[in-house]
Ligand binder design. Sequence first.
Ligand code: ADP
Ligand code: MG
Length: 437
Amino acid sequence: MEAWEKIKKELVNIYKDTNDDPWITILNPLSFKDNSLILGVPDDFSLDWIKNHYHSDILKFARTVINDNTSVELVIDHREEIDIESKNIPKVGFTQLNNSKGLLKNYTFDNYVVGESNKFASAAAVAVSQNPGKSYNPLFIYGGVGLGKTHIINAIGNLIDDEHKGLNIIYITTENFVNDLVNHLRDRKMDIFREVYRNCDVLLIDDIQFISNKERSQEEMFHTFNTLYEEKKQIVFTSDKLPKEISNIEERLRSRFEMGLIADIQVPDIETKVAIIKKKAESDHIEIDDEIAFFLAYNTQSNIRELEGYLTRLSAYAILTKTKLNIHIAKEVLSGLIRKKDKWLTIEDIQKAVAMHFKIKVSDLLSSKRMKFISLPRQIAMFLSRTLTNASYPEIGLQFGNKDHSTVIHSVNKITEMIKDNQSIKDAVEKIKKGLG
Ligand code: ADP
Ligand code: MG
């Protein structure tokens, strides 16, 4: 499959400096139908591993190369015996865990943007990385989906790995912990399981909420926890639920989760989103100006993964069509994702919402009155029209009582600047935006 060769090339390219590219080479394209790319893998274990480590990158490139509705499915392909040894697949499981290798190397503090929403969690994470086992134990990081939990817990591991050479770090998702336990129970090798998990120096467990309902895993986690805790080994959990919200877990385990520090990651505010967009754009070598960055930031709900999806799409477009991005192109390229095309807000919607918020009349917004209590809302309304609709500067000017496009540009720039350091403007804009849906 020609498309697969292209996708594979991209993947091998990004993993070439790691030991990971052999994993990509065992993938076998089986079919592409109804936008679904089916890839075969040799066994359960590879399926799990690839799904957890590479699925999002595979999907990203599949969407870039094929189209953005493409989905990627992994299935076990029994037809062909793939000889894992001969393909030089890195060994996973215990040998790997013993070498602190479960960590996702791309997630570091260097590329983690800190803002109001995550400054507490990130300060706690840095503290724990500098003094593992000595500051907060366990550290329990809590936050919604796509807000950076996996990133931050891996950043902890990577920083410890850098600064405390030789420490034995295990990063594992709860799902894999459970699977690992099941496999060892089945093979009657629980002694090995315990030896590995109870002898590490740092245990990083991602998405602990998945331990709900899994009694045997809870028990094993409980004893692992106690052993490590007594020996002052660092334990970090992430979860999208607070300990008290995780259903069907034993009280004694819940109380262990609550013993140390619980740090939350909140939904990022606009500046943090803009900073994340800029950082990602920089590392992907795409040029994103302020206007595009604000447009993306305002049009995502809360999920940073969603933001990244938009950026990937923009960068693919810019690269494939060799076009320099601007706000029009960005809106066009993302219109299907952000809003259905016929569902863009209208400028009138925005004018009404702004007038209501500031308790003035829509006709004031369209007038040329210069009093500040009118001119500022007018500038905000122009800014929002620019950010939330498809309209050009002249079109916006026209709909604001036939003003010159330079007035609109001036207003948009002014509000863009004000939002950066004027809390009340920022709050007003966010509130109006929320009301608009
Ligand atoms: P979660 O595990 O909470 O669902 P992830 O850690 O997978 O979320 O984050 C989703 C994506 O957003 C990742 O690619 C991550 O790198 C990125 N991301 C999240 N928060 C930040 C941040 N503060 N700075 C930079 N990138 C971030
Ligand atoms: Mg995660």
